[in-house]
Design a protein around this ligand. Structure first.
Ligand code: ATP
Length: 506
């Protein structure tokens, strides 16, 4: 982000330029669900394909200089419900939440922060502030705003931000009310969507939409070992939809109820797990940088011990790769988690299914249950990070352009005849037909050239090729660069090679 802008600006560009629309918009929408338009679909697919390419088809070199071995799968969204008992999701996968009796708003208990009297948490409580995304810094900022609005300077002097204790909740005020006692006790809230399989209905036919793609990988571990001649250490990757009935979906596509994940389960020997954990933490951060996220907007954060998920291996834990989204700034929000899951999942599936799930190392003559390092990234959240990073306010006529890395830009080049006559459209159409065989390009002959540039700037198209009067004379065309708005002339016969070159070096 080169300049300040608001989320409203970004959401409005996403709507205006066909990136993202609210789902069921003509019926008033449905909270937590989004549709991707033509530009958003291309952008998301490009991020998805880059991940698949860099993780499955062309994975990084390992610490020993040898290429890693990773295969991909695509498992079912609905599985036998026992899967979710084994994984710990039924019973464990829910957030304690509280309702405000007055405003009817619902909050995650772990997202509420308490403003109390300094040094005396049992004393008077002024307010609870809701704060998504676990950042103390942004809670502090919201609190300061609240304090300035509602408290006298004497009261301000005695206040401090304290962490919420669950016992205190019953006597508290909600963030948007003033009466004490408006919040209910925290209740467990299952995040899994359920459905019924078959025509007869009933509880015995209840099944769940997967809340993560990871379990489909563990279920297929033996199938892959038996059919693919893989040797530990190796990885299984999957990209797909996941569903969570989030208590408070918010911040555009950051926290939605249907989203996509890109997950790798890296199976290794317990003795090597720590080394692999460090390897994946480093590689995954570098990868996001390669996609165009700048170092200053990315940070790695080790989970506190009380945040650890039910599967995380004690002592090793989870690293979050976090991005400074406009709504979390100056704090950060999670983009990807790299977790050391130990052998929790494979052992649990062995226990619950009664089937042996393990690995035999022929060279060492050793049978064991591999340990797992899991880099788990959000494809939808990643798409949002790319949109946030690309949004660049500018003094050009469109006032903004989207500075996507050309590798993930939805359209790679636009082809314009300067005017829609004098033989120019024919040459432009021919060029379009040639380039589109290799790259996603768009032909546009309508409106003034300035308006056409502005559309492409907002779509984040890195290059525009213009066919003009000189083309008819000397076979050259203008190439206009999105970021600098500078222009150069090249021979029309070099257009494909020009684009190949620019995209391959991106
Ligand atoms: P959070 O703390 O934000 O709820 P999480 O720690 O529960 O996330 P994981 O279970 O580790 O998330 O899921 C891996 C990734 O999936 C996250 O890093 C995020 O990018 C993505 N993700 C998780 N929940 C959502 C959601 N509701 N909407 C969009 N993306 C999500």
């Amino acid at each position: 982000m080169s300049n300040e802008y608001s989320m409203e600006d970004l959401v409005s560009l996403c709507k205006r330029r066909g990136f993202i629309f609210p789902a069921s918009e003509i019926y008033g929408g449905i909270n937590g669900f989004w549709d991707y338009g033509p530009m958003g679909t291309e952008l998301k697919n490009n991020l998805r394909d880059a991940w698949w390419h860099d993780m499955v088809h062309c994975p990084p070199m390992g610490p020993d200089g040898e290429p890693l071995s990773i295969v991909g799968i695509d498992s079912s969204i609905i599985q036998n419900p026992k899967v979710w008992e084994a994984s710990g999701h039924v019973g464990g996968f829910n957030d304690p939440m509280v309702d405000c009796r007055e405003s009817k708003a619902r909050y995650r208990a772990d997202h509420l922060f308490c403003l109390g009297v300094k040094g005396d948490t049992s004393g008077q409580i002024y307010a609870y502030i809701e704060n998504d995304d676990d950042s103390l810094a942004s809670a502090q900022k919201k609190l300061e705003k609240y304090v300035k609005r509602t408290l006298s300077s004497e009261e301000i002097d005695t206040c401090a931000l304290t962490e919420l204790s669950v016992e205190e909740l019953a006597i508290t005020v909600g963030p948007d009310t003033k009466t004490v006692g408006t919040l209910t006790e925290p209740r467990q809230f299952s995040l899994m969507f359920d459905t019924t399989v078959g025509a007869t209905g009933g509880d015995e036919n209840k099944a769940y939409l997967r809340p993560e793609t990871a379990q489909g990988i563990f279920l297929n571990f033996m199938n892959v070992v038996d059919t693919m001649r893989v040797k530990v250490p190796f990885g299984i990757a999957q990209i797909g939809k996941a569903f969570r009935n989030e208590v408070t979906p918010r911040n555009f596509i950051f926290r939605s109820r249907e989203f996509e994940q890109m997950e790798l389960e890296w199976f290794c020997h317990e003795d090597d797990a720590q080394q692999w954990y460090e390897f994946w933490c480093n590689y995954r951060k570098e990868w996001w940088q390669k996609m165009g996220l700048t170092t200053e907007n990315l940070q790695m954060r080790q989970h506190d011990s009380d945040e650890l998920a039910h599967y995380a291996k004690e002592g090793c834990g989870t690293f979050d790769i976090e991005y400074k989204f406009p709504f979390t700034a100056p704090g950060y929000g999670e983009l990807e988690g790299v977790a050391h899951r130990g052998n929790y999942d494979l052992s649990r599936h062995t226990e619950f299914s009664g089937k042996k799930i393990n690995y035999f190392d022929q060279q060492k003559n050793e049978r064991y249950t591999p340990h797992v390092i899991e880099p788990s990234a959000g494809l939808s959240r990643g798409t949002l990070a790319l949109l946030c990073e690309a949004y660049t306010p500018d003094d050009r006529p469109s006032k903004v352009f989207m500075k996507f890395n050309p590798r993930i830009a939805p359209i790679k080049a636009a082809i314009f005849p300067l005017v829609n006559k004098n033989g120019m459209p024919e040459i432009a159409t021919k060029l379009h037909e040639e380039i589109r065989k290799k790259h996603v390009v768009q032909y546009d002959a309508k409106q003034s050239i300035g308006k056409r540039y502005a559309r492409m700037d907002e779509a984040g198209t890195p290059y525009c090729f213009v066919i003009d009067g000189d083309t008819l004379e000397d076979n050259t065309i203008t190439v206009r660069d999105r970021d600098t708005a500078s222009q150069e002339r090249i021979n029309i016969d070099q257009a494909v090679a020009y684009l190949d070159d620019k995209l391959s070096s991106a």
